[in-house]
Design a protein around this ligand. Sequence first.
Ligand SMILES: [Zn+2]
Length: 504
Amino acid sequence: MEIHKSISAPGFPVGYTCGVSVADVGFWLFWLLGLLFLGTCLAVTWWGLFGDRARGRRRCPRCWYDLSFSSGRTCPECGHTANTERSLFRNRRRLTAAMLAALAAALGVAWTIEQNRQRGWMSMVPTRVIILGLPLVGDENLLTRELLSRAQRRKLTDSQWRMLVGRCVRGDWRAPPVTPIWQRKYGPLLDQGQSSAPGELGGMLLGLPAWVNLQSDRSWPAGAPVCLDLTLRHWWWPATTACRVRLTPKAPPDAETIVVNRHGGWETRPFPLVIETPPGTAPFASPAGFDVVVERRGPAAGAAWEPVQRHTFDVAIEIEGSLKKTIQSVTEERLDQAVRAAFSQGVVKWESGQEPLRVRFDVNETRIAEFEGIAIGARVEIMHDDTLARRLDLWWMAGVGEPTDRGIGWRVEYEDDALLPEANDTDGRWRMVVRGDPGLAVRAGAASGYWAGQFTVPLRVRKSNRPEAPPKDWWIEAADVGSRLSALGSQQENTADASSPADG
Ligand SMILES: [Zn+2]
């Protein structure tokens, strides 16, 4: 939509069928010419109907010659003789002109209505007016949808993009930048902007902070490790920007700092931050305090991590009941079979990349109505003879009811980077051990029972047809790399492979 381009277009676009739309003509020009046109039509119609009333004048009804000063009903001009005296006082109407003008106005209005029917009435509003209106609306609104549609059709000029990105960066009074409501309201526009807006606008987005949150959204039974949800969102930064957080528990004072890396991307599950209670100690103090530093690194070679934000979280942790009373063990042949089926695809292996061996699992195998209320908490260990090569904790809800996301989560607890590339299913030395665990099962959500089975199967290895493992959403860097080289933890990750719904 550029007005200077549309000057050469025919004045008023008649008929959308020729492919001319309001957006093509330019909103201001459309309204200006449209109103001018409609006004002219209505004026002509009015003039045709009421423009020349008799107002008490005697006129010849054929040639409208003024007979005020003539006596009789015969016109001296054209010779017409009126039948009655009353017919000399008729209003003069130009019906053809009035009808044509009314028809033109009706066509113009009909065309406008047709435009609205096709594109919505918002399509008649100028882009800048819509951007100005954004602060007035909620997070689900027509304005955003219309702007997105225009952006996708590449109808925004560079200066309109500048205005829009500026609005997104400032947010508004009810959606201040980077709050969840701001993410919902302005996120889709910024996301579109990242592919369509002129490149130099990216710098404006780096001025926004990342969104960090650490919380516990439920109570935990005594005896189960508490699992907090760490959320880190920064998708408004350019995709080449790396981000991580350093988490330091406030107590005890010598607590280890962990560094959680977050792969870029639109949305991921929160990182499961597990707080282990050392044996023999009292349950940790609530609220549990954490110092959190967000660090950022640009794409340039050799760029250093740079702290950009500092937060303190005091997470209230509610301990309620005991593990034994909260969740009952379920040992049932059918459930056992379903869990075995869920892990029947073994592991998938890549030539290179982060964590190039991942366990495949398919929660659909346990989507069976009779398992409603049962949580699967599984510790999966990949063993090479008697040596542990990888330990993965997984949890999800069996059954078919709410929540639809089935509370799926996972965490790599241990990994031997040197050993794992050797994994195979040919030398007979590798196996997979899967064990039900109530402490993991409670992470999936409110369940009354958990799978309490256990099985060991020979390791099944499938080679991925892609060379490199997809990047992980989350991974932990050991703070002290020297002492914990192989004990790197994890993550939440995207589907590792198209054929497997999830993988850890
Ligand atoms: Zn006459």
